[in-house]
Design a protein around this ligand. Structure first.
Ligand SMILES: Nc1ncnc2c1ncn2[C@@H]1O[C@H](COP(=O)(O)OP(=O)(O)OP(=O)(O)O)[C@@H](O)[C@H]1O
Ligand SMILES: [Mg+2]
Length: 323
């Protein structure tokens, strides 16, 4: 083994924490010097570790999503060990990575899919690591044969990366005569024809996805990785808002945070299924940034506000649309 992966801060005998320290043995130069073959191998492994640290860094930026962070590490560990097994002459059969992402809107599905695509590219599983995000209208055509063609074209575009289908169950909604079925059949065929050349991710509401998979018996076994994206708690949503403001060089006043918190509590209670989680707070923050701009222009009609004022989002900037 050329590198050592440690789960730091793990409980003795318990689950390791998601904070992973990658300790590279290339810090021990005598190993690299010993043999050219080993040195090439070590260099490859070092690069992969560095790449993984990059991915890990991106994941750490995301609030919550502990199950997803663990899954990504699991895949990384599997890929590393598979490589070592193959070098040791052991069997390392092809693995199926098609996935189902279940969750309400704005829970981070697309964001995670992008990071996962990048990881597979860096780990050498996918050649390009891009993400093609589509929905029913992109796949389904208007006449017989059109759908198969449209779907095949999109699969072609996704080769070397991930094909991400949002609200995948809408393909099954029209029943037997609907062209959606043709899209499903074409996708299943493409998964066979282009094995290991692309990864398919089906995304959408949990219950709808489950129902869709149940009613298409051939499908569940083709998607061995199923990931739940839970709704964010109010505290997580506040953390996400503060992060989003910070990323844009803004500060939320404590009273602004309180106002947002109260509003989110209300909104989450009222809208249940339709509440769009992190996307909702992103829109709220972006709207408050625009309102702050208008307020500042009015307030400082001659002269310009100071740096702190330019950064501060006050309670009056945070306005919510009436339902
Ligand atoms: N855990 C998180 N931490 C920080 N930002 C997040 C997190 N989850 C989502 N976001 C942000 O929220 C926005 C919406 O996320 P994303 O588009 O990934 O959600 P989604 O689940 O794909 O939604 P939809 O089902 O509506 O397509 C993005 O701007 C994303 O960066
Ligand atoms: Mg999305």
């Amino acid at each position: 083994m050329n590198g050592r992966v440690m789960a730091a801060g793990g409980q003795p005998g318990g689950r390791p924490s998601r904070q992973i320290n990658v300790v590279l043995r290339n810090q021990e130069p005598q190993i690299l010097a010993k043999d050219e073959a080993i040195s090439v191998q070590a260099a490859k492994s070092v690069t992969k570790h560095t790449h993984f640290q990059e991915i890990q860094g991106e994941l750490e930026q995301l609030v919550g999503l502990e199950n997803i962070k663990e899954l990504v590490f699991e895949i990384y560990a599997f890929l590393q060990i598979a490589q070592m097994r193959s070098e040791a002459g052991l069997l390392s059969g092809a693995h199926v990575y098609h996935m189902v992402f279940k969750g309400n809107p704005g829970t981070g599905k697309t964001t995670v899919a992008r990071i996962v695509a990048k990881m597979f590219q860096k780990m050498g599983v996918l050649s390009k690591g891009h993400l093609i995000e589509v929905e029913r209208a992109d796949l389904v055509g208007e006449y017989i044969g059109h759908t198969a063609q449209k779907t095949r074209d999109l699969v072609k575009k996704a080769l070397g990366g991930i094909l991400f289908i949002d609200e995948a169950y809408s393909l099954a909604r029209g029943g037997e005569k609907d062209f959606g079925k043709e899209a499903i059949d074409t996708l299943v065929k493409s998964m066979e024809d282009h094995k290991n050349q692309f990864i398919l991710i089906l995304a959408g509401y949990s219950e709808e996805i489950d129902f869709f998979l149940q009613t298409n018996p051939g499908l569940p076994s083709r998607f061995p990785i199923q990931v739940e994206f839970p709704d964010y708690t109010i505290d997580q949503l506040i953390q996400i808002s503060e992060m989003m403001a910070k990323e844009r060089d803004y500060i939320l006043m404590p009273q602004t945070i309180l106002k947002l918190k109260q509003h989110l509590l209300q909104e989450k209670n009222d809208s249940l299924h339709a509440f769009s989680n992190a996307r909702y707070v992103r829109n709220a923050i972006e709207r408050s940034i625009r309102h702050q701009a208008v307020r500042l222009l009015e307030q400082y009609s001659d002269g310009s506000p100071g740096k702190l004022e330019l950064m501060t989002i006050r309670t009056e900037d945070l306005k919510f649309e009436r339902k």
